[in-house]
Write a protein that binds this ligand. Structure first.
Ligand SMILES: Nc1ncnc2c1ncn2[C@@H]1O[C@H](COP(=O)(O)OP(=O)(O)OP(=O)(O)O)[C@@H](O)[C@H]1O
Length: 256
């Protein structure tokens, strides 16, 4: 399957999901380009979380397709998608509270490094080298998200906002090609949101496509290249933030 070759990282085609008589996601199609940030926005209950579940594999679609890097992954489990580089963080922070920040990030490496681990187990020297490389990389990622000085603190000692940033660092450890963020700014203060916005731009510029659900319009307008707007399960608009802000259908959805 080469239909999404080139600059497209993710393609969602006519994704549909019903729950009983309710069509939570209704024939939604869009693409996410490499090096780009795409935001999915919409009123409460519009279908954003269900759409994310269809893409990550947590919920199978009733119909439609999901293509990742040109391959049809519609019916793959979340773990298989993660191994391909489609990585999602969750709305709830699920960190290991007793482990240090750097240990939490190291957990992220194992989301994608299955084959290499067995080979390393057979060679103790290789394990030590690998562990040292992972430690260095984990500390570099903490530095990137602004938690360099908190590397050795237990995750339980971090503020809520720091915990969310730690979760992003852990997701980056898995070397995503596509990073899916569920409401990453929820619960963050203004400074943390500003740091997160610049971090998201850096991640995209480094080559990882970012797809986010976000209610914080300031973050959306400051980070997204492309905004997909859903309402009652349907895509009602798509485009650059400036255009979306003035779109009559979007304004009506939010006022209505
Ligand atoms: N497992 C489920 N069973 C039945 N209905 C569901 C299920 N999951 C979601 N829904 C319904 O699908 C619709 C879309 O929900 P969804 O959570 O995807 O919206 P959302 O845009 O993420 O909302 P919010 O912004 O409030 O998180 C809602 O009407 C919701 O009640």
């Amino acid at each position: 399957m080469t239909a999404t070759a080139g600059s497209v990282c993710l393609e969602v085609r006519d994704a549909t999901r019903s729950f009983g008589g309710l069509v939570a996601v209704n024939a939604v199609s869009f693409q996410v380009a490499r090096h780009s940030v795409t935001a999915v926005i919409g009123p409460n209950g519009a279908g954003k979380t269900t759409l994310f579940n269809l893409i990550s594999g947590a919920v199978p679609p009733s119909s439609g397709r999901v293509l990742f890097e040109g391959t049809d992954v519609t019916h793959e489990a979340p773990e298989a998608k993660a191994a391909r580089g489609l990585i999602r963080t969750f709305q709830l922070v699920k960190l290991f509270p007793e482990l240090s920040a750097v240990e939490n990030v190291k957990v992220g490496f194992h989301l994608r490094s299955r084959g290499g681990l067995l080979a390393a187990l057979l060679r103790p020297r290789a394990i030590r080298d690998m562990e040292a490389a992972i430690e260095d990389r984990a500390r570099a990622l903490l530095h990137l998200v602004g938690l360099g000085s908190a590397a050795d603190l237990p995750a339980a000692a971090l503020s809520y906002g720091q915990g969310r940033l730690l979760e992003v660092a852990r997701a980056l450890a898995a070397q995503p090609k596509l990073l899916m963020l569920d409401e990453p700014a929820a619960g963050l203060n203004g400074d943390e949101t500003a740091r997160l916005a610049s971090l998201i731009r850096d991640i995209a510029e480094d080559g990882t496509a970012v797809l986010l659900i976000e209610h914080d319009m300031h973050l959306v307008m400051n980070t997204a290249d492309e905004v997909v707007v859903v309402d009652f399960g349907r895509k009602i608009a798509q485009g650059a933030p400036d255009r979306i802000r003035q779109d009559p259908a979007v304004i009506a959805a939010y006022l209505g």
